[in-house]
Design a protein around this ligand. Structure first.
Ligand code: SF4
Length: 196
């Protein structure tokens, strides 16, 4: 991706994790900035540029990481991993709706994982269940104390309601595995989002 593999232009959405070593192996790494801009950020009708970008992305050795980065950053602009904005749209939706227990627990264990809104809520809920205080949870999620306390109140309400209602685990914890994962993935790509 031109904006994440060259240095002369603003980034359009780095993935929310600190593992960027893959960029230097990208097929587009070091491309002339103007050319890269024209190819990877074409106008919708510039089919020639889109085809050229796809031809570069096709054999790119870091295509999977590029796709993950697009998902994690939520970037809806440009061509990433050989996919246009339109082609990625449904994947961005799935990523925003993702609720993956592996990712949640990896985050709680200290991995820098880009979480969906549902996964962030699950982090707060589990952290509350573990008895973590607001400072710790806020630091982890990058929220201020006031907002973190608000999230904790919501999580504690949910935990209490779930306990009163059924004696089963809170809904989100029970539904972790509902998250779309490897099914219906784009051709040649294993999954979506940062692997936890
Ligand atoms: S898949 Fe395409 S846009 Fe992504 S890093 Fe490789 S060449 Fe660049």
């Amino acid at each position: 991706m031109r904006t994440i593999t060259t240095h002369a232009n603003p980034t359009t959405g780095l993935r929310g994790v600190n593992e960027h070593h893959w960029r230097k192996r990208a097929a587009c790494y070091g491309m002339d900035a103007k050319l890269a801009d024209a190819l990877f950020f074409p106008t919708p009708r510039d089919l020639r540029a889109i085809d050229q970008a796809r031809a570069i992305c096709g054999p790119c050795p870091v295509r999977q990481a590029c796709f993950d980065a697009a998902m994690d950053s939520g970037s809806s602009h440009g061509i990433w991993a050989g996919l246009t904005e339109h082609e990625r749209a449904s994947w961005h939706e799935k990523t925003r709706a993702r609720l993956d227990d592996n990712r949640v627990h990896a985050f709680l264990d200290g991995r820098a994982v880009a979480l969906s809104p549902k996964e962030r809520k699950a982090v707060v809920r589990i952290a509350c269940q573990r008895g973590w205080d607001a400072e710790r949870i806020g630091y982890l999620l990058g929220h201020n104390l006031e907002y973190t306390q608000k999230l904790m109140r919501v999580a504690e309400d949910e935990i209490a309601r779930a306990k009163n209602a059924t004696d089963t685990p809170p809904e989100a914890a029970a539904n972790f595995n509902d998250a779309p994962r490897d099914q219906e993935r784009p051709a040649g790509l294993r999954n979506f989002g940062t692997a936890a």
